[in-house]
Write a protein that binds this ligand. Structure first.
Ligand SMILES: Nc1nc2c(c(=O)[nH]1)N[C@H]1C(S)=C(S)[C@@H](COP(=O)(O)O)O[C@H]1N2
Ligand SMILES: [Mo]
Length: 321
């Protein structure tokens, strides 16, 4: 994002995770043990790829149609936003260093039983694999339309069994300075964090992607598992998730921590509420020079508007950045 004045939100060095907290992922997988789902460590070390889920391409869910052409695959997989690997959109080659398999995912907080398991076992336990065509609207006013593969995020609740008091799901991206050069920049509040209300998790649109264009997700698009919430600005769709935490306190997300007046918790797309530094009325279609009008809730109003009708919010604009 085009944040100009770094100093205003620069964090004290103490806020950054120090190198010694970090452990090599494989070592850590071995050390952590594997709670839940009867998962054997030996399976993980064998390194069966998420690509080996099998079944790609999954059957397309006809409920989700587009009003525009699909974005060119090469464009969607080479123009990517992944600050862990740098602030430009041309970082896809750098993500090759990331090992997305095996991939430890921890589920903790307000759950019946905390667990750490491999991403592949998690999504298999969630189930419901399908393909969906969704629009994507970045807060910086570019947009794409792509076929995601994956499972409804609501199915996470079956596996995680959150306690009745849990109100939010906090999601966290991996933290590994050796792999992700962006994470050596201490002024960012790494790891990347995003969150949804439990009601948003349960919404039919909310998807956990494992694939794109009928194949396993490329690293640069958030392998092995990545959130997709098409009615919200793109920064909500957190990539390469390593932790799901159920909590009763509203988490502060990565961009919200950096610039709370520019990137809020709700981040619902709304063409009539400008970003403080630019208009949100139109969007550029990735791979073209074409601009089209932006739609309220990015065109998903019918599916999501009800969730926001009765929230205790002072300024309704709060819902739209
Ligand atoms: N971990 C992480 N997730 C992230 C980001 C990021 O920098 N780090 N960028 C977000 C933003 S701003 C957008 S628009 C989308 C971009 O997804 P894409 O690169 O697959 O198009 O990823 C989101 N998820
Ligand atoms: Mo974005």
């Amino acid at each position: 994002m085009l944040i100009k004045s770094r100093r205003s939100w620069e964090l004290p060095e103490s806020a950054a995770t120090s190198e010694d907290v970090f452990m090599n992922r494989r070592e850590w997988l071995r050390a952590a043990g594997f709670a839940g789902l009867g998962l054997a460590a030996s399976n993980l070390m064998a390194g069966s790829a998420l690509a080996a889920i099998g079944g790609y391409p999954f059957p397309q869910n006809g409920a989700y149609t587009l009003d525009r052409a699909l974005t060119d695959e090469e464009e969607a997989t080479t123009y990517t936003n992944f600050y862990e690997f740098g602030s430009s959109k041309n970082i896809w080659r750098k993500t090759r260093k990331m090992v997305a398999d095996p991939w430890a995912v921890t589920i903790d907080g307000m759950v019946e039983e905390e667990m750490t398991l491999d991403a592949e076992d998690l999504v298999k336990a969630m189930g419901g694999f399908e393909e969906r065509l969704y629009r994507h609207r970045c807060v910086e006013a570019w947009a794409m339309a792509v076929p995601w593969s994956g499972v409804p995020l609501a199915n996470l609740l079956k596996v995680a069994k959150p306690k009745a008091g849990a109100k939010y799901l906090r999601m966290e991206t991996f933290l590994d300075k050796k792999v992700a050069p962006g994470q050596r920049q201490g002024w960012y509040p790494w790891p990347y964090v995003e969150a949804l209300t439990i009601e948003e998790v349960q919404n039919e649109l909310t998807f956990l992607a494992t694939g794109l264009y009928g194949k396993a997700l490329p690293n640069q698009n958030g392998a092995p598992i990545r959130l997709v919430t098409p009615w919200k600005y793109g920064f909500k769709s957190i990539k390469s998730i390593a932790r799901f935490t159920f909590t009763d306190e509203r988490p502060v997300s990565f961009w919200e921590e950096l610039a709370p007046k520019e990137y809020g918790f709700w981040a619902n797309v709304n063409p009539n509420i400008p970003h403080p530094r630019w208009s949100q009325a139109t969007e550029r279609l990735l791979g073209t020079d074409e601009r089209v009008p932006t739609l309220l809730f990015n065109g998903y109003r019918d599916q999501v508007e009800g969730m926001y009708a009765k929230l205790p919010i002072n300024d309704p604009r709060e819902l739209y950045y």
